[in-house]
Structure formats: structure tokens, C-alpha cells
Design a protein around this ligand. Structure first.
Ligand SMILES: *Cc1c(COP(=O)(O)O)cnc(C)c1O
Length: 404
């Protein structure tokens, strides 16, 4: 408490690994969609921790649920024992997603790793894939986390350069190309791992009908369709899950980020009883996965999404923001795209990179982060108010109207 922005930044720069390049803003306090730095300057947070804070900062219901759990004196039990919150969390998320079984982990990357193990084992035991021949199909531009296995099937140089050798058994296909997908499916395909909308790649929405046809082909082939909705899920796109836009159902669904409302790292893998049934006691686990403090936060965070109709808000506020940003008519903007309250503003190459625009927005009180050099991503908490978006659009207009 009490350290200045300058001191906080200096300490991280001196003692921290330099694996991030943050904007020079220190967040000391938050409420709803707004944050304050230690000197008291106020900013609108349009990143919301990569959509982990869909419910906003300091949500009274989530904070109270966490306080109540802290008051029991029990934050962690390990899965060697039962706890009073995990079952309730599992029931809630299974019913919300229409899935049978939940396996709790902590980070998104761990949920992805869990899904890979699940698909491989299911492929060997149920589909009859010969030992060690299982293949998982993934897509260009993917982002699924940072473990050695996961970065091994990225096509982003920064994510994988000099981190090899990598885990075999993955094949990268062009995102959005159904013919390439059809051609790649074979008797050894255990599963398909895909983001229904690619967030880190710059909010890329695949062609209409792509996911529906993919789901059909997976079913025909016996491959598991595994949707990574770690960023797209839980209201961001205007539906609870992005797969609802194409009226499909995944075999395996991965959630994290907003599932705890930004309080603790909580992730979950959801599947049918049949698929999840390949895991037996001792096959997989995590010390903190399913801890009662995380489960208590998640129960409240999910209730808030439903009770406050945050999906509907994402539709309404997203349309308002998209229209407002398009109306700026900036010469620097190639296009504005997105879904729900998840908007990417693509900066023209001859106007430079997106980062300087983010830096100027920060000076004007709007926090956002570039993704993939040319895209400014706007993803404020879903609780954001219309007048907040007016403020955002006004500042975006100021920044995007200036010469680059
Ligand atoms: C953030 C993210 C992950 C990784 O989550 P971590 O909690 O950072 O490990 C995986 N997939 C997608 C789509 C993400 O946005």
C-alpha cells in the first residue's frame, strides 16, 4: 500500500522477468469498469484483464461471497477431501453449459492441457486409435496458453522460438477453411481444438456456418470437438457461450478467465459423462483446482452473469460501441470488427502500429491493449454504462483523428 506509480513500475522493472511490456499505468483501486492509479487518476478499463473481469471490479456479490468463504477459515482442502462449495459450483456450470461433468483446474492453459489428455485417452480407448498415433487438429493464429506443449502448436514465433523440442501429435490448419479441415480429418484424429472466435489473433470471427459444419464432420468422424471459450465464453460475445451463435454443441468446453469474475485463477473442462468417464481416480489432478475459495467466487460470478443479464448487455453495449467507433470514420482505421462487446479496431499498416494509439488513449483515461500489432481491442467489463462508452468513443475519436 502507498507506493507511487513510479516506484511500483521501477520495482517490477528491477526485480521482475521482462516477459511483458505493460503500458505504464499502475492500477491501485477498481470499481465497475473504472480504475484508479495510486495518484488518484481515473481510467476506463477497456481490457478487463483479457475478459476475466466481465463482471467488473469490486462486484459486491462476488466480493461478499469471497469474504463469506474466507470467514469459514477454509480456502483450500485439496481434492483428497470434499468441500462445501465445489459440488454447487460444478452443478451450476454444468447446467449453464448443458454439459454433464466438470473438471476444475486453475489457469486456462491447464484446462487446455487437461482437454488434450482427455481427447487422447478417449481416442485410444473409445475410438480405437493405435497407441501414440492420436492427432489433434489446431488452427493458424491460435492462442491456447503458454505451456511447452501448447506453444508447440502455435504458429506465433514469439511464443515458441527456442522453446523446443515440442510435443508431437498436433497439426495446424488454416482457420476458417472448412475444406482443409475436411481433408485433414482421419481415423487417428482424436480431437479438434479451436477458439470459436480468435481473441489474441485480433478478434477473428470465422465464416458463417464454419463451426456448424465442423461440428457435423467431427461427429461423423468420431473426433471430439473441443471449444476453447476461455476468452469468448461467459457473455463476452452477447451469448453465454460463443458456440450458441452457430447453434452447435461442443464435446468438450473449456472455460476460465471470467468464471471467477477475476478473483482467483479458476478454470474448468466440461464434457459428457461418456467422455469424462475416461478419467479414473489418480489419472489427473491439481492441488488448488476446485478449491472452495475459487468455487465460492465462481458461483457468485456465474450468478451475476445470469441475474444481471450481462449477455443482453453485451449485445446492446457492443452494438452501441461498434456504431460509435465506425462513425469516427478515421483515416487510420482499416476496419472495425467483433461480436458482442468484443471489438477490434484494425489500424492501417501505413498509419503505424496499434501500440502508440493505445498509449495516447491511456493518457486520455482509456486503458486498452494492442493485439497482434495492428489491432486495438476494446473489451470493457460487460457492466459498463452507456455514458462510459460515450467517454471511450470521444477519446477514441480524439486519438484516431490526429495524424499518426
Ligand atoms: C487466456 C487464454 C488462455 C490461457 O489462459 P491462462 O489462464 O492465461 O493460462 C487459453 N485460451 C484462450 C482462448 C485464452 O484467451
Amino acid at each position: 500500500m502507498g507506493l507511487s506509480s513510479e516506484k511500483c513500475i521501477e520495482l517490477e522493472a528491477t526485480y521482475g522477468a521482462h516477459n511483458y511490456h505493460p503500458l505504464p499505468i499502475v492500477i491501485a483501486k477498481g470499481d465497475g469498469a473504472w480504475v484508479w492509479d495510486p495518484e488518484g487518476k481515473k481510467y476506463l478499463d477497456c481490457l478487463a484483464s483479457y475478459s476475466a473481469l466481465n463482471q467488473g471490479y469490486n462486484h459486491p456479490r462476488i466480493m461478499q461471497a469471497v469474504r463469506d468463504q474466507l470467514d469459514t477459515g477454509v480456502t483450500l482442502t485439496s481434492r483428497a477431501f470434499y468441500n462445501t462449495r465445489l459440488g454447487e459450483f460444478m452443478e451450476k456450470i454444468c447446467k449453464l453449459a448443458g454439459m454433464d461433468r466438470a473438471l476444475p483446474m486453475n489457469t486456462g492453459a491447464e484446462a487446455v492441457e487437461t482437454a488434450i489428455k482427455l481427447a487422447r485417452r478417449y481416442g485410444y480407448q473409445q475410438k480405437g486409435i493405435p497407441a501414440d498415433q492420436a492427432e489433434i487438429l489446431v488452427f493458424s493464429g491460435n492462442f491456447h496458453g503458454r505451456t511447452t506443449t501448447i506453444v508447440g502448436f502455435s504458429d506465433e514465433d514469439a511464443y515458441q522460438r527456442d522453446f523446443g523440442p515440442f510435443t508431437p501429435g498436433f497439426r495446424i490448419l488454416p482457420y476458417g477453411d472448412i475444406d482443409a479441415f475436411r481433408a485433414a480429418l482421419n481415423e487417428n484424429t482424436a480431437g479438434v481444438l479451436i477458439e470459436p472466435i480468435q481473441g489474441e489473433a485480433g478478434i477473428i470471427v470465422p465464416p458463417e456456418g464454419y463451426l456448424a459444419e465442423m461440428a457435423r464432420l467431427c461427429q461423423e468422424n468420431g473426433a471430439l470437438l473441443m471449444l476453447d471459450e476461455i476468452q469468448s465464453g461467459l457473455g463476452r460475445t452477447g451469448r453465454m457461450f460463443a458456440f450458441e451463435h452457430e447453434c452447435i454443441r461442443p464435446d468438450v468446453l473449456l472455460l476460465a478467465k471470467a468464471i471467477s469474475g477475476g478473483v482467483l485463477p479458476v478454470s474448468v473442462v466440461l464434457a459428457s459423462e461418456e467422455v469424462m468417464g475416461v478419467f479414473k481416480p489418480g489419472d489427473h489432478g491439481s492441488t488448488y483446482g476446485g478449491c472452495p475459495l475459487g468455487a465460492a467466487a465462481a458461483i457468485a460470478a456465474l450468478d451475476v452473469l445470469v441475474d444481471e443479464k450481462l449477455c443482453e448487455r453485451a449485445v446492446e453495449m457492443g452494438a452501441y460501441l461498434m456504431d460509435g467507433l465506425k462513425a469516427i470514420g478515421s483515416p487510420h482505421v482499416e476496419l472495425v470488427r467483433g461480436r458482442g462487446l468484443w471489438v477490434g479496431v484494425v489500424i492501417r499498416k501505413d498509419s503505424g502500429k496499434a501500440r502508440p494509439f493505445c498509449e495516447r488513449l491511456m493518457e486520455l483515461g482509456v486503458l486498452c491493449k494492442e493485439t497482434h500489432e495492428q489491432v486495438i481491442r476494446f473489451a470493457p467489463p460487460l457492466t459498463v454504462k452507456k455514458e462510459d462508452l460515450d467517454f471511450l468513443i470521444e477519446q477514441a475519436k480524439a486519438v484516431l483523428s490526429q495524424p499518426a
